[in-house]
Design a protein around this ligand. Structure first.
Ligand SMILES: Cc1cc2nc3c(=O)[nH]c(=O)nc-3n(C[C@H](O)[C@H](O)[C@H](O)COP(=O)(O)O)c2cc1C
Length: 155
């Protein structure tokens, strides 16, 4: 079974949006190999519209270019990007998106693909008791305690 089929099998029923890309981080890459139905619900794009294209179609006027450039830099340097980006739905409205991006490694340890888990993050009303912590919560599912308050927000 190839990676796309394997990820499809795992990700199809998930509530978290999943985007699988190839490993080409140089423009115009990476190319989307697969996106799950939760991604289509979150972004407003049909799966067929995103497969074969670039995740950059989620970017818009308010996208922080320094943050998006940081993503491939982190994947190259640390093998992981965990952060929030300003994404745009097909209809044009912006949403703050928490991304957890990692490589899928082959038997020889080399990256075969990148997989992103993407969740919309909504700002809490009022200020939290602890300064700077827990300012955001994921829409739908809660942010895992390990990650809450530690996610850099670039939007
Ligand atoms: C798996 C994966 C998912 C990505 N998802 C997003 C996304 O949701 N929003 C976004 O702005 N960029 C996303 N990117 C980053 C862009 O594809 C691109 O790498 C980034 O814009 C940096 O390249 P550039 O500086 O040439 O634009 C994703 C990248 C990967 C590998």
């Amino acid at each position: 079974m190839n990676i796309v089929d394997l990820v499809r099998m795992l990700a199809e029923p998930l509530d978290v949006a999943v985007v699988l890309t190839d490993i080409d981080l140089e423009r115009p890459g990476p190319t989307v190999l697969y996106a799950n139905p939760a991604f289509a619900r979150l972004s407003g794009y049909g799966i067929a519209e995103v497969v074969g294209g670039s995740p950059r179609l989620l970017q818009g006027a308010g996208t922080n270019r320094e943050a998006t450039r940081h993503l491939p830099r982190m994947l190259r340097a640390e093998g992981r990007f965990l952060g929030c980006l300003q994404n745009y739905r097909k209809e044009g409205d912006a949403y703050l998106c928490e991304l957890d991006v990692r490589p899928i490694l082959g038997r020889d340890g080399s990256a075969q693909a990148f997989i992103a888990f993407e969740r919309e993050v909504v700002r809490r009303r009022g200020r939290p008791a602890g300064a700077g912590t827990k300012r955001y919560r994921a829409a739908g599912n809660a942010v895992t305690p390990m990650l809450a308050g530690t996610i850099p927000v670039f939007a």
